[in-house]
Design a protein around this ligand. Structure first.
Ligand code: NAD
Length: 499
């Protein structure tokens, strides 16, 4: 059985942990590898290597650090096919989505190619007599990233690229469900010229996460995952004196106004609700048609569009989406489908029991559609994270606006309309962090920042862009006075001259 080990500078020989976790092939249901689950001793070794390497990396001028980012980007681009296949084989997302996962991460690396500009400080000349004030951004030291299964390339790069470009050492604890791509990225960082000890990977579960949160030498933790764990990570990390940002779950709504282009909406929903089997924190699992007529027209178009979706193995180029990540997750999604039906919603298309010929043990869930879902239902209140779309009908704009605004999650939201005023009003008033106007998945580009509100994020700073630079650095402000000597010669300051 293939063993996926930590990537720690100095090696892993002699570490105590013998715990392991299976890594599945979601297409077949078979165990294809095992990943080690480490603890304190593995982390201590990684921290020691990071401590040895970080001061020299921080002292490397930002332009040279940026060159490593350029090299890494070129290496990943050259290996895109190989990386996408590896990612798809453990996650189950189709190859096109796997490439998207890597590409979105690379866009943050591209942002980091310009890190010298982003790190420039502020300067005030003459803040007082002979006094100038300037600020500089300095790295925190050692940072850690704890990441979810659903974007095993993009999210480690959101955090890691910015942390390292700004002069920190970065220790990644990826999801134990698809750990191979993070290891491969570690090899490529070294090949790109990153010094040893600056990017390391430690594998594990809660034991490793707790060791990271309590480690006194780790200054900052960036987490992305489900909300209860995000909240726990935030509280424990902050209690240990660390800077923490912890992104959580989501339940994003798509508001469909009566004037929307419904063919476009249905096309967008097919990708946004079911793409990657709904395992995206920016998926659109709730659609809110405004008015009964809009609801009926939308439903009539959605049913055939869902019937046309092809579920297949992740390497099938024709497949819209592949299996979910594990059998346990498949059961959880199917449990929510049952719950939503029990709560009284109308199960229009039932994706349970979907079987792919020859892959009967794969973790597939067919596309599922519910109508007449209401805000009091648990299945509406909670994240399902599967290929399940819920229609919640609203009487008017105000009711539609109130649904995402009052929901416990506030990651993303979209409005589909031809009315600029409605869109503008919606964007200004909705209580959600990322808004799309006729854009179903409004993931901001890398030089803006990514982050939700309410239970979708704990902490004040978003991922990547200038918010990422702020998170991974601390500001030092220098107030300098250079007196002119005063005339009696005792404190004379002589401007040096050549010759
Ligand atoms: P998860 O919360 O199960 O795991 C996330 C990380 O936490 C993993 O590294 C895991 O090993 C670790 N972990 C698991 N259990 C733990 C515990 N008890 N204590 C400490 N650490 C623990 O999340 P997941 O299932 O891998 O990913 C899906 C979730 O991530 C969804 O809720 C999704 O919405 C969310 N997500 C959010 C964003 C965002 O930016 N807001 C982006 C992607 C995914």
């Amino acid at each position: 059985m293939r063993l996926i080990d930590h990537v720690i500078t100095g090696g892993t020989a002699g570490l105590a942990s013998t715990r392991k976790s299976p890594v599945f092939d979601p297409n077949t249901g078979a165990v294809q590898a095992e990943v080690v689950l480490g603890g304190q001793d593995a982390l201590d070794r990684a921290v020691a290597a990071a401590q040895a390497a970080q001061p020299a990396w921080a002292a490397t001028n930002p332009q040279r650090r940026a060159r490593v980012m350029f090299n890494f980007k070129a290496l990943v681009e050259a290996r895109m096919d190989e990386l996408a296949e590896l990612l798809s084989s453990e996650h189950g997302k189709v190859i096109a989505d796997a490439k998207g996962d890597i590409q979105r991460g690379l866009e943050v690396v591209e942002f980091c190619c310009g890190i010298p500009h982003a790190l420039k400080g502020e300067y005030t000349q003459g803040a007082g007599p002979g006094i100038d004030v300037y600020s500089m951004r300095q790295p925190l030291g050692i940072g850690a990233g704890i990441t979810p299964f659903n974007f095993p390339a993009m999210i480690p790069l959101w955090m890691g690229a910015v942390a390292m470009a700004t002069g920190n050492a970065f220790i990644l604890k990826p999801s134990e469900r698809d750990p191979s791509v993070p290891n491969r990225l570690a090899e490529l960082w070294l090949e790109a010229g990153l010094p040893e000890g600056i990017f390391q990977v430690v594998h594990g579960d809660k034991e490793m996460v707790d060791a990271i949160l309590d480690h006194p030498a780790i200054s900052a933790v960036s987490f992305v995952g489900s909300s209860d764990i995000a909240h726990y990570v935030y509280n424990r990390g902050v209690a240990a004196g660390k800077r923490v940002q912890a992104m959580g779950g989501a339940k994003n709504h798509g508001i469909v106004m009566p004037d929307a282009d419904l063919d476009q909406v249905v096309n967008d929903l097919a990708g946004a609700a079911f793409g990657s089997a709904g395992e995206r924190c920016m998926a659109l699992p709730v659609v809110v048609p405004v008015g009964e007529d809009t609801a009926e027209r939308l439903r009539a178009k959605l049913i055939p569009a869902i019937a046309a979706l092809k579920v297949g193995i992740s390497t099938d180029p024709e497949a819209h989406y592949g299996p979910v990540v594990t059998q346990a997750h498949k059961e959880k999604v199917e449990g929510w489908i049952q719950k939503c039906a029990d709560e009284g919603a109308e199960l229009v298309v039932d994706g349970r029991g979907f079987k792919l010929q020859g892959r009967e043990n794969g973790f597939f869930v067919g596309p599922t559609l519910f109508d007449h879902v209401t805000p009091d239902m648990d299945s509406y209140h909670n994240e399902i994270f599967g290929p399940v779309l819920q229609i919640v009908r609203a009487r008017d704009f105000e009711e539609a606006l109130s649904l995402p605004t009052r929901h416990q999650y506030g990651n993303g939201v979209a409005i589909f309309t031809r009315n600029g005023h409605a869109a503008r009003e919606f964007a200004a008033r909705v209580n959600v962090g990322m808004v799309g106007i006729n854009v179903p998945i409004p993931v901001p580009v890398a030089y803006h920042t990514f982050g939700g509100w309410k239970r979708s994020a704990f902490g004040d700073t978003n991922q990547h862009g200038m918010e990422g630079v702020k998170f991974w650095t601390k500001v030092k402000t220098v107030t300098a006075r250079w007196p002119d000597g005063g005339g009696d010669g005792s404190n004379a300051f002589v401007i040096p001259t050549m010759g």
